[in-house]
Design a protein. Sequence first.
Length: 300
Amino acid sequence: MIVNQANLHGLTVGYSTAFNKSFDTTQSNYQKVATVVPSTTGEQDYKWLGQMPGMREWIGEREVQALAAYDYLIKNKKFEMTIGVPRDDIEDDKYGVYTPLFSNMGEAAALHPDELVFGAMMSGFNEKCYDGLSFFNTAHKVGNATYSNRSNKKLSRESYMEGRSSIMSIKGDKDKSLKLVPDLLVVPPALEETARLILEADQIDGTTNVLKGTAKLHVEPALAEHPEYWFLLCTNRFLKPFIYQLRKKIKFTSLTRDTDENVFMLDEYLYGADGRSNAGYGFWQMAYGSTGEVEAQAQG
């Protein structure tokens, strides 16, 4: 190929098309468990987290529900990936071999929110949420009550029921039920068989499986690094347990002009993608997590 700006522009359009097509068609999973929150600044303040207001009978004057003031910020981070294409490869008509690489770049960009959100999920046993405690913790306070949304029990029928009961039993600051019903069990590939037995089998050990259909199952490959972890979530409300904060959508860019330093100094054209975002935690009340270290005791 003759290397000139017209041909380079056409090449950039081709690479960009491969990137965008892959980006648009790649299936991601983060929206199943996270609320997408647009961001307009370097960090977002979530001081409104902490209470889940409910309706009351209107007697006399309105009761203004003063939201507890929590200092919880999610700071946006920059992310990028860049590919260099040597000028010689373009002159020698080898530019076509790079097209699959840009398709792969688009796929990686589309799956990046999954990495952030499910990474936050796995880190929830240590990373803090709005109340200053780790997201999964045994000592969350609501009014005068203390709740746990953390376990160390392996996934089983008994531990699943324990997690389900834990979420459904949580009350608000006015001692009324939050009416949370978990609807999604998230497991790594290693626990798929166990999870399907709990949620899909008609019988377990010859006994009618009363837990069948009580939640949907999501097997998440990103959790493979912790094969014993499992999570039970309430995702059927407007707000979900996790937050994906989007400041700047990942965008494809290029440096291909003769005056660009990379071209002049290295004889190389650069193509990349970059964006700004981050993930964090919403209401701990809507999530239950276990590190799966010990066997749960069978009931009865």
